[in-house]
Design a binder for this molecule. Sequence first.
Ligand code: UT7
Length: 329
Amino acid sequence: MSKIRAAITGVQGYVPEYVLTNAELETMVDTNDEWITSRTGIKERHILKGENQGTSVMGIEAVKGLLAKTNTDPSEVELVICATVTPDMQFPDTANLIANALDINNAFCFDVNAACSGFLYALTVGAQFIASGKHKKVIVIGADKMSSIVDYTDRSTCIIFGDGAGAVMLEPDTSGNGIIDYTHKSDGSGSEFLHLKAGGSMKPASVETVLAREHFAFQNGRPVFKAAVSGMSSVVGEVMKANDLEIDDIKWLVPHQANIRIIETVSRMADFPMERVMVNIQKYGNTTAATLPLCLWDYEDQLEKGDNVILTAFGGGFTWGAVYLKWAV
Ligand code: UT7
């Protein structure tokens, strides 16, 4: 029998109804549409509103749609992995909450915390369970309610982030399609540039941490920008070299949506034409773990069976990586 690979057999996204436009942000902080559009490419982002609405709310909607689309009975699902940095609670994991809400009760579930690279890491982890031959249906989710950790008085971060979720089904493929290779990297020295100071075991929540606004994401944008460009360019190059791929062999590059200038620079450095780069940052902003599945969802109609696709991401940690797959649907 030929090699078992994990193939994406369905993708579904979900973004909440409320749209936060650049015009509305202009009323909240000292910014303007021209600055946000030219510096980031973002026009609007979706925000999950309401009491007691956590990341799982969006994950549930994405997975519900995925089950329907792939004609999957919840009892068939064997593993659910949710990539997120904004879990509903510190524990239990959000994957469990999503599974429980949808009667997925024969699966084991866990979260992956790798910030904006979370979906990519989780995809690779999930793929191993399929490639081992042991499991037949694995769901990988990328979901974040970034509005829950964004400081809406900090103009350099609040304009970037949005809320959303995306999910894929992984199933075995022996036809040559599916996830073929990956390269993943981490560098903890980057944590000083992008982190959330309080609320963990090092600095538990207190009146002081709340007053010091330490429960919001902190980012020093410029060093992160530089590291994102060089990190994503190098892993895309690495995965291409390892698989003897030329630019013309790749149908789509799917980059993490953090900033249109990062995406354009990565594409320029790799000599990759922007017409074959997936971009939807203008309507969702940076949804952290959800950007890649939301891209696949938006571009699904343009993907064809056998297409060579490279996904790449960079995020807090630092974490980064690239996955090479052949589209299987
Ligand atoms: O997804 C995880 C990884 N994250 C990323 O990849 C994000 C990487 N970083 C970035 O995308 C960019 O660094 C930002 C979008 C965060 C910021 O853009 P920048 O071009 O690096 O701006 P900057 O922080 O260097 O600031 C330039 C100027 C500053 O003013 P001065 O000091 O030059 O007078 C800022 O105060 O722009 C000012 N500024 C703003 N002006 C209007 C910062 N934010 C705003 C704003 N509106 N929203």
